[in-house]
Design a protein around this ligand. Structure first.
Ligand SMILES: [Zn+2]
Length: 222
């Protein structure tokens, strides 16, 4: 297809991951020029509530240049402290509502993508007053659902690290007729040399489909 949109999301932005997040942001600019991205911020990444001064200053600077800040859960870890699935069916509606409220009060937010997305979280989001949120497949606002399938690399296991580059390229090919696609970049991608090399390749491939980088909120305004 020619045309189409690309949302580039930089995940898990927090003081602990800020260096890698900045490097990812730089890679996006190297590949695509001055285009906007979504910064998926975790206010208490792995339970750490303390913020330095540099990271919020960098985020504000990025927002001033057109990036979008998005709430990406509260702690980005499960009940045992393992990275990732913060929201499970066990979180329940009350737990999900609490985490969203805490996250929102920590950051002034407009949206809330979260990928482990059980029904209790969907219900809590619908009740939260948040304008829009995203799952791995869709962007949802009140009364609107826009298909937004995600492509990204997997770093958590050796198998994922081995197969996810090929799988991501195959997914991009398969999604070429889909109007809007999201590329998910994680600070952890840069910790593995082979995956780090794939980041610009995935970007270039998506841009090669004629896609224009936009923010989530741009998709809702058209
Ligand atoms: Zn994440």
């Amino acid at each position: 297809m020619s045309g189409g949109s690309l949302v580039v999301s930089i995940h898990d932005v927090s003081p602990a991951t800020a260096d890698a997040a900045r490097r990812l942001r730089g890679l996006v600019t190297d590949c695509a020029g001055e285009v906007p991205v979504s910064l998926l911020v975790v206010p208490r990444y792995h339970g750490r509530a303390m913020w330095d001064q540099d990271t919020p200053a960098w985020i504000r600077e990025r927002v001033g240049d057109g990036d979008e800040v998005v709430l990406h859960g509260l702690v980005h870890a499960d009940g045992r402290g393992r990275d990732g699935a913060e929201f499970t069916p066990d979180t329940g509606l009350r737990g999900s509502m609490w985490a969203i409220a805490e996250g929102r009060s920590a950051l002034a937010m407009v949206g809330a993508p979260a990928y482990a997305h059980p029904r209790c979280l969907e219900a809590a989001l619908a009740d939260s007053g948040i304008a829009w949120w995203a799952t791995r497949r869709e962007l949802r606002a009140r009364g609107r659902v826009i298909p937004l399938p995600s492509v990204g690399l997997g770093t958590s296991t050796r198998t994922k690290r081995a197969v996810s580059p090929l799988a991501a390229h195959a997914a991009i090919r398969a999604l070429r007729e889909v109007p809007a696609v999201r590329l998910d970049l994680h600070p952890a991608d840069l910790a593995h040399r082979r995956l780090a090399r794939e980041v610009p390749r995935l970007m270039e491939r998506l841009l090669g489909q004629g896609r224009r980088p936009v923010r989530h909120r741009d998709l809702l305004s058209c």
